[in-house]
Design a protein around this ligand. Structure first.
Ligand SMILES: *Cc1c(COP(=O)(O)O)cnc(C)c1O
Length: 395
């Protein structure tokens, strides 16, 4: 007889088998058991099965194959957040002496990663105008290895001509990466438009409820699979199976959420376009958004985040007063959930982008995320806040 404390770790009792849930189970595990000594290995490769928790559990792999399926990619790697997915792509494809092209409208922390880390590792960084299209060719150097796109851009929302940029990049032997978070990997078919590797902050629409942080990197080719997979392994970018399980739940309602968010957001954006206190609405589906024609050509829908530029002459104090007067909008980062949010990006050039960031919107830019509240209530709230900040009078 073994001691009862040993029995705690080596039980004979087993519950009934045969349970089938509609829901993928949450598998936790650092250690993964091998059937015998000869089969021990530490491969990160997905087709090698399971070797260590860091390389994936059935829960994180389920999410990975579902994202690959959604985006039409070959393979997907799950990361602890969207920013980690960006870092994974940079680390996978860039080496000392290489040159990377990044759109000026890129997600702020991606720029900070390039400026503070990539440069330190000997990578040359150039920011290009997001609407460059095929004019990007003049910025390509013999050592240009990676061209980033993000469409629409963060905060200023420029829609990029990704096919034109990809064609030029490929002609010069560079890889094209896309931050496809805004489209949820759904409304812009990246791989059909020439992109080699995509990432998403699953934190946004796939999670969908502001309660998790996850990212994904999806590749189209075996060569990119090798590069990204090896780097994902070397950097140790494991993801929590609990968060993956929440993201899998989010996927089930992604269709209805995106549909409802798109309609509500268009309703609010169109109302704001008519408002005398608003100079410009930066929503890709509206003609007032830079790159709108490209959105019409390349996208099959729109989502819930866009920006507004307040009337000429609006002061920073008035922009803050407007945001503070909103009753139904929270003030906070991130987006893609079911709650409406507002975030002022005053003087983007000085505070958020560093010396390269081009924006003529000064202190008048506010980003909105529209949630699942009644859109007429949101419009009424925005109107009362614009009035109470005295912005209408500034017209
Ligand atoms: C939020 C966001 C990220 C980063 O995602 P996290 O999960 O917050 O790290 C990357 N790109 C874009 C465009 C984002 O909006």
């Amino acid at each position: 007889m073994i001691h009862w404390t040993t029995r705690l770790l080596h039980p004979e009792a087993r519950p009934e088998k045969g349970f089938r849930s509609l829901v993928p189970p949450v598998y936790r595990g650092s250690t993964t058991l091998f059937p015998n000594a000869a089969s021990v290995n530490e491969s990160w490769r997905q087709e090698a099965g399971y070797t260590y928790g860091l390389h994936g559990t059935p829960t994180s792999r389920e999410l990975a194959v579902r994202i690959a399926e959604l985006e039409g990619g070959l393979r997907t790697f799950i990361t602890p957040g969207g920013q980690a997915a960006i870092a994974l792509i940079d680390m996978a494809f860039l080496s000392a002496g290489d040159h990377v092209l990044i759109p000026d409208s890129v997600y702020g922390p991606s720029r900070e990663l390039a400026d503070d880390v990539l440069r330190r590792f000997g990578v040359e960084v150039t920011y290009y105008p997001p609407l460059a299209g095929r004019d990007i060719e003049s910025l390509i150097k013999p050592n240009t290895r990676l061209v980033w796109c993000e469409s629409p851009g963060s905060v200023t929302m420029e829609v990029q001509d990704v096919p034109a940029i990809a064609a030029i990049a490929h002609r010069h032997g560079a890889i094209v990466a896309l931050d496809n978070t805004w489209s949820a990997g759904v409304f812009f078919d990246a791989f059909a438009h020439g992109v080699d590797v995509t990432m998403q902050a699953l934190t946004k629409y796939i999670g969908g409820h502001s309660d998790l942080l996850l990212g994904s990197v999806t590749v189209r080719t075996e060569a990119a699979y090798e590069r990204v997979g090896q780097t994902h392994d070397r950097l140790g970018l494991g993801a929590s199976p609990d968060d993956c399980s929440l993201a899998l739940r989010g996927l089930e309602t992604l269709g209805v959420r995106l549909d409802a968010l798109e309609q509500r957001t268009l309703h609010v954006a169109r109302a704001l376009a008519e408002h005398p206190a608003v100079a410009r609405v930066l929503h890709p589906a509206l003609p007032s958004c830079p790159g709108h024609e490209t959105w019409r050509r390349d996208f099959t829908g729109s989502t819930s985040v866009f920006s507004i530029v307040l009337a000429d002459g609006t002061s920073r104090e008035q922009t803050f007063a407007f945001v503070d007067a909103l009753q139904l909008f929270g003030i906070g980062y991130s987006w893609g959930g079911v709650h409406s949010l507002a975030m002022p990006f005053v003087d983007v050039a000085r505070d958020h982008g560093g010396p390269h960031r081009r924006s003529s919107y000064g202190d008048r830019l506010v980003r909105l995320n529209i949630g699942l509240e009644d859109p007429d209530d949101l419009v009424a709230d925005l109107d009362q806040a614009l009035r109470s900040a005295g912005i209408e009078q500034a017209v």
